[in-house]
Design a protein around this ligand. Structure first.
Ligand code: PXP
Length: 237
């Protein structure tokens, strides 16, 4: 069996729920269905502003995701406290700005080496795998290794944006993968990945994890639409 993981991000199921501040759709139910569909793990981002995922979701998911549950979070003491209580299998540290629509870039590990290093050590002491979300930048990979992170997730956003520099961006990712692999970091990739752009990365054996959210939730809305309408139509005639 392949060692590679597809980790599905269900944040946007919670985004739809929060529009009405109700109970549905429940990201916990979506996570269960994602696992039935073949997901090897589930990831959620508990943001400081709680715009989608809530603490309840994180706690219930910890009870229901048995293979690989990853908590994405900012490198703050508030979030570290949640992580140590919930004990996900893995924590991915990401930069976070309130005004951003989504995570817009990787962590600046070189600039925050001692603060990030301290969180990594605390996670390690508590047997939680630490992963740093970084741009495909060799200095950031070296810094991730220096602080003792177990893994890096390489930000693929500039490649998946589909701009003119796509080829160059892919080459940067591959260089970062080579270095991360050489220094012994586990390697994941994520951001903007979908059916149209994932294949060149799927060919790279050193990439152990694919973290995908938006494309899967968007597709799920479309492939589920016909059935959802048919169910109501049967009731209203
Ligand atoms: N990895 C990280 C660190 C992210 O912040 C996100 C977005 O929440 C993803 C992966 C997934 O990106 P997308 O939703 O574009 O697939």
């Amino acid at each position: 069996m392949s060692q590679r993981r597809l980790v599905v991000n269900v944040d946007h199921v919670a985004t739809v729920r929060q529009v009405r501040q109700g109970r549905e759709p429940d990201p916990v139910a979506a996570a269960t269905l994602a696992q039935l569909g073949g997901a090897d793990g589930i990831v959620v981002h508990l943001r400081e502003d709680r715009r989608h995922i809530q603490e309840r979701d994180v706690r219930v998911l910890r009870q229901t995701v048995h293979d690989h549950f990853c908590l994405e979070m900012a490198a703050t003491s508030e979030m570290l406290k949640v992580a140590l209580e919930v004990r996900p299998d893995s924590v991915t540290l990401v930069p976070e700005r309130r005004e951003e629509l989504t995570t817009e870039g990787g962590l600046n590990v070189t600039a925050e080496i001692s603060a990030i290093g301290e969180i990594v050590r605390t996670l390690d002491d508590n047997l939680v795998r630490s992963c740093l979300f970084v741009d495909p930048d060799l200095e950031q990979i070296k810094a991730a290794h220096r602080v003792g992170a177990r893994a890096v997730e390489i930000h693929t956003g500039r490649y998946t944006d589909g701009g003119a520099d796509r080829g160059k961006e892919l080459a940067r990712i591959l260089d970062a993968v080579r270095l991360a692999s050489k220094v012994g970091l586990e390697i994941g990739v994520g951001h903007g990945l979908d059916r149209s752009n994932v294949e060149p990365l799927a060919e790279v054996d050193a990439i152990a994890e694919f973290s995908i959210g938006h494309a899967i939730v968007s597709r799920a809305v479309l492939v589920g639409m016909e059935r959802a309408v048919a169910e109501i139509k049967a009731l209203v005639g």
